[in-house]
Design a binder for this molecule. Structure first.
Ligand code: UT7
Length: 327
């Protein structure tokens, strides 16, 4: 009686932007970006691409792989919806793909995918729905200030998707752990654009409609919460690091991933990273990394996978799964 993955898909922004290219317009160097983050290039959305078009492209691949057309609920995890308040990006994806059923967005910033898995699993287990299309999609390039070197170089655009189904069998979901510390909410913050501070001439002038980040503090907190939440989920499952085949964390900075993996005791070959090619794609980072690792045959049916997200909120979460999807 559980959740099973039927299909996976991914779609990245169409425009490849190398460190050399992004360094032309900013006071930075390709070397600084590489050594401080591990990022070599990222993908930015083309002019007409949006969170929903990338989400729909990833979802179409996941549905095609699953060979299904019907879903009961489309969930889009995103912090960069196509429209500020309505309609939901999930509704736009549903329309683009001609799907029926419910549609809703889930915003937990870069932790979105992990929260989405927990929500989907709960709805499937409760039999409220039989099949969920879970999408993680973000067009972060519209949230980072093109003039701000401290954020612009870090983020990228993309989407990942999974078709998740209720099965009369134990299922893949083993355990989860979710958390949030609102006292750290100021570390990752978009001051203007919401109901607290609508965008007017002053906000445009002081550029407070863009993402602001205390990078060093986020870095420190991220390593700490990743280690804590991964230990918590393993303890809930009664398992240890050596029982996990692959650690698939949110891709924000290769140094965060390496420090956390080292503290947890994961050898490098068990850690999936692709931040070098995509940068931080927020809610899309884990499903893109998973889909790539599954496509290239590293992740196989029978593997135990540990997913871990962290981001604004400051939010975090981890999910342990026993993978069953054959390529
Ligand atoms: O999804 C979650 C969201 N975000 C993250 O996970 C990001 C977490 N933080 C990080 O990844 C890292 O802290 C950064 C990559 C943002 C920065 O790396 P760092 O090694 O922690 O550098 P730092 O914060 O100690 O800054 C070093 C210097 C600063 O200058 P001062 O104050 O020492 O004079 C920055 O102004 O580097 C400067 N700097 C840059 N220099 C060149 C910041 N961005 C850049 C840049 N190019 N792009």
């Amino acid at each position: 009686m559980g959740m099973s993955t039927r299909g996976l898909g991914r779609a990245e922004g169409a425009v490849l932007v190398t460190n050399e290219e992004i360094s032309r317009d900013l006071d930075t160097t390709p070397e600084w970006i590489k050594t401080r983050t591990g990022i070599l290039s990222r993908r930015f959305a083309a002019e007409k691409e949006t969170t929903s078009t990338m989400g729909a492209a990833a979802a179409a691949r996941a549905l095609a792989h699953a060979a299904v057309r019907d879903v009961d609920l489309t969930i889009c995890c995103t912090m960069t919806p196509d429209y500020q308040s309505m309609p939901s990006t999930a509704a736009l994806i549903q329309g683009e793909l001609g799907l029926s059923g419910g549609a809703m967005d889930l915003n937990v910033a870069c932790s979105g995918w992990v929260y989405g898995l927990v929500v989907a699993n709960g709805l499937l287990q409760s039999r409220a729905v039989k099949r969920v299309l879970l999408v993680g999609a973000d067009k972060t390039s519209c949230l980072t200030d093109p003039r701000d070197r401290s954020t612009r170089v870090l983020f990228g655009d993309g989407a990942g998707a999974a078709v998740l189904e209720y099965v009369e069998a134990p299922g893949e979901f083993v355990a989860s752990d979710l958390g949030n510390d609102p006292s750290l909410s100021h570390l990752l913050f978009v001051p203007a654009g919401g109901s607290a501070c609508p965008i007017g001439p002053e906000e445009l002038a002081n550029r407070s409609n863009y993402l602001q980040m205390a990078g060093r503090e986020v870095f420190r907190a991220a390593v700490r919460v990743v280690v804590e939440t991964c230990k918590a989920v393993l303890a809930k499952a009664g398992l240890s690091v050596s029982d996990v085949d692959f650690f698939i964390p949110h891709q924000a900075n290769v140094r965060i991933v390496s420090y956390a993996a080292e503290k947890l005791g994961f050898p490098p070959e068990k850690v999936i990273t692709n931040v070098d090619r995509y940068g931080n794609t927020s809610a899309a980072s884990i499903p893109i990394a998973l889909t790539e690792a599954w496509e290239d045959g590293r992740v196989k049916a029978g593997d135990r996978l540990l997913f871990c997200g962290f981001g604004a909120g400051m939010s975090w979460g981890s999910v342990l799964m026993e993978w069953s999807l054959e390529k």
